[in-house]
Design a protein around this ligand. Structure first.
Ligand code: PLP
Length: 407
């Protein structure tokens, strides 16, 4: 058969690629791709890599949670739930968070979301107006700044420092101009530094927020992974409950990242506003995951405690090994990260180049600190959500790598 192949209206032949007609919106263009993702694309090209890079538990979700998910499917529970999540799960969440001093009404003050990620995004979209300033203590978890920009706001970095154990103080907030901001995002225990806040530090930051009329988004997803002390929530401080959205979820403590479940807690009008965005964007969080989450809260305390004990053991091992190797590292009181400074062993301080060479030459993946903003430069984020054997091998490789460079 002869003749030209059929042509589409845009002139491209059927099956031929036409130039894309898409131009991303400005708010998308101005956000850089995640520095973490870029790094993992390199790591994936090799199969001998030990990864201290991922922020994801190396455990499987506890069996009672998985079994509840399976049973719900066997019962045919495959429909949407209420926009706010099942009443059973909201009730279980309300009881669980009482251990942190929270008192939220499951009917009006809790919204179940698709991961803590959705809860963060909802809070930003529901309360940030274009041009609002949102203060972010840095180094900061990678999603906040893009989330602020997608909501039309302007991020303001509040630097915290290695030499202060990454602590956030009213002085640091004031020096950065956060007294003029509209909102503040807090993440304690912290990703990427592992820092926690003492009760006194929390009191002082809370007072600053009240005095300067800041709304607060408190991401407490690592609350259950606090070592050697109790988790402190800013929302429990005087004058804070009415101005705080608390975010938490099941990904970290329950090793349920793939089930995508989190929640937001706030006064009724705030939950109402977030529910409005959620009901149009998401309808409801995954039903199967909600069944798993009830079981996670009600029947998995022992598994969570044993994962926490194991993380704690690895945290102490990794911290002391890094110090032996000459890397200065602040004590991390929570989450599953340490954030060593590399400038003592790598004087030019280029963390991206260091991490890339470490990956290529020693097969150890770590995330460069500058992926968490300029305040993280000269550091690496190492996750100990990997086996003890993996940590031993990774630190042995790091030692050999540093020795080679010292020769
Ligand atoms: N918040 C922080 C501080 C995190 O580190 C992460 C994941 O790494 C998330 C939120 C996202 O959690 P989820 O899996 O519940 O969306």
């Amino acid at each position: 058969m002869t003749g030209d192949p059929p042509r589409r209206a845009d002139g491209a032949g059927v099956g031929e690629a036409a130039g894309s007609r898409f131009t991303p919106a400005d708010r998308v263009t101005q956000v850089a791709p995640s520095g973490i993702r870029k790094f993992f694309e390199i790591a994936e090209t090799r199969d001998d890599v030990i990864s201290l890079g991922v922020g994801e538990p190396d455990f499987t979700a506890p069996w009672p949670a998985r079994s509840a998910a399976i049973q719900s499917l066997e019962r045919g529970q495959t429909s949407y739930t209420a926009n706010r999540g099942t009443r059973e799960l909201r009730g279980a969440v309300a009881e669980r968070v009482a251990r942190y001093g929270h008192d939220y009404d499951p009917d009006e003050e809790i919204l179940v979301t698709t991961g803590a990620s959705e809860a963060v995004d909802l809070a930003l979209r529901a309360f940030v107006d274009p041009g609002d300033t949102v203060a972010l203590p840095g180094p900061t978890y990678v999603s906040y700044e893009p989330g602020v920009r997608f909501a039309g706001g302007d991020p303001l970095t509040v630097p915290t420092y290695h030499d202060d154990d990454w602590s956030l103080t009213p002085e640091a907030l004031r020096d950065a101009g956060a007294d003029d901001a509209d909102a503040l995002v807090l993440c304690y225990p912290n990703n990427p530094t592992g820092a926690t806040m003492s009760a006194d530090e929390m009191d002082a930051v809370a007072e600053f927020c009240v005095d300067n009329d800041l709304l607060v988004l408190s991401d407490e997803i690592y609350a259950a992974l606090t070592y050697g002390g109790d988790h402190e929530s800013v929302a429990t401080r005087p004058g804070m409950r009415e101005r705080t959205v608390v975010v938490n979820g099941f990904s970290k403590a329950y090793a349920m990242t793939g089930l995508r479940l989190g929640y937001a807690m706030a006064p009724p009008d705030a939950v109402e506003a977030m529910t409005k965005v959620h009901q149009y964007a998401m309808l409801s969080a995954p039903t199967t995951a909600q069944h798993a989450a009830v079981a996670a809260i009600e029947r998995c305390d022992d598994e969570v405690a044993s994962m926490r004990r194991e993380y704690d053991r690895r945290r102490r091992y990794l911290t002391s090994r890094l110090r032996e190797l000459g890397l200065d590292v602040a004590d991390a009181g929570g989450a599953f990260y340490v954030f060593p400074r590399i400038t003592d062993v790598h004087p030019d301080g280029d963390d991206e180049a260091f991490a890339e060479t470490l990956l290529r030459e020693a097969g150890v993946a770590a995330v460069p600190g500058s992926a968490f903003g300029e305040t993280g430069a000269g550091h690496l984020r190492l996750s100990y959500a990997t086996s003890m054997d993996g940590l031993k091998e990774a630190t042995a490789r790091l030692e050999a790598f540093l020795d080679d460079r010292g020769d």
